[in-house]
Design a protein around this ligand. Structure first.
Ligand code: AMP
Ligand code: FE
Ligand code: FE
Ligand code: ZN
Length: 286
């Protein structure tokens, strides 16, 4: 039985393992397949391809922060996974660059606000922790832990970084329908990440998922640590109605989150369909 975890982050975005360490963790957890889905960047793909342990298949991917079509008053934030796309596709490449630039300005502003509130956090410190990758709140959380403003990453989020906190600044996002189309245009397979993860804020309704399926979405991440059993049952039923694939993954972030690698997995036949539907890239395999 093939064991596949299709959503993980390396230190090229906001995980703590380098791509090589991430692959070693995958092997240690008994995985056969791992997808590398850093936020807004494909910078880890080359390291994964060049240093992949024998026997481990690596599926190159990305995770994009998106806004759902406006339902009611406000857009709802959703995350979109893209697998096996052509990373050189000009429009998609330009979009990832736009998102990274936006993250940079937004993080600078958040640091400015935290400093104005008296917290001893430095922009240089956050940049050092982000190590040149797309900067995110977990890097700011680590900076707050470093200077003693919070005991843990989790506490830093609770005290200073959550959506409602005064220092919070939004970053640019992609309209999720455009995101789906961009990934498809680049030959990739778009899968909506953790659609019912309510702890992160409001979630989209079934009508939006139906709209996205019609726009070219190919799968839903059903088995995810942030989903209850009831969420999973609901999403599985909906995916059946809409003709979408059901994936499972851990959303591993190293020590930035408590979720172990491989806690949720994707069925081998679903993995085969993802690979079969893609035209932009192939998995790194023996
Ligand atoms: P950003 O993309 O900069 O808005 O940051 C969002 C990222 O922060 C998510 O991808 C998660 O990796 C992480 N995150 C959100 N909430 C928490 C939390 N309570 N503890 C640790 N990491 C979190
Ligand atoms: Fe993350
Ligand atoms: Fe996510
Ligand atoms: Zn993720």
């Amino acid at each position: 039985m093939i064991r596949a975890d299709l959503h993980t982050h390396s230190a090229r975005s906001d995980g703590t393992d380098s791509p090589v360490e991430l692959m070693a963790a995958a092997v240690a957890a008994g995985l056969d397949v791992i997808a590398l889905t850093d936020h807004d960047t494909t910078a880890g793909w080359a390291e994964a391809a060049d240093h992949r342990p024998r026997g481990l298949t690596v599926v190159p991917g990305v995770e994009l922060s998106c806004a759902s079509p406006v339902v009611g008053d406000n857009a709802v934030g959703v995350h979109l996974l893209g697998y096996l796309f052509d990373r050189g596709h000009p429009a998609f490449r330009a979009e990832r660059a736009r998102l990274r630039v936006s993250r940079h300005g937004r993080a600078e502003e958040m640091v400015r606000r935290m400093r104005a509130a008296g917290l001893p956090i430095e922009w240089e410190q956050v940049q050092r922790i982000a190590a040149g990758g797309p900067v995110g709140r977990p890097h700011m959380a680590l900076a707050l832990v470093e200077t003693g403003s919070a005991g843990t990453v989790d506490e830093a989020f609770r005290l200073h970084l959550h959506h409602g906190s005064p220092s919070y600044v939004r970053k640019a996002d992609v309209d999720v329908t455009d995101g789906v189309r961009l990934i498809r245009a680049a030959g990739g397979v778009p899968v909506l990440a953790h659609p019912l993860a309510r702890s992160r804020g409001r979630v989209v309704g079934d009508d939006v998922l139906a709209h996205l399926a019609a726009a070219g979405l190919l799968g839903l991440e059903v088995d995810h640590p942030d989903h209850s059993d009831e969420d999973r049952r609901h999403l599985r039923g909906l995916a059946g109605e809409l003709g979408l694939l059901c994936t499972g993954s851990s959303d591993y972030h190293g020590t930035n989150k408590r979720t172990p690698i491989g806690v949720c997995m994707t069925e081998p036949d679903v993995l085969d369909m993802i690979v079969g539907l893609s035209t932009g890239a192939t998995p790194y395999a023996d």
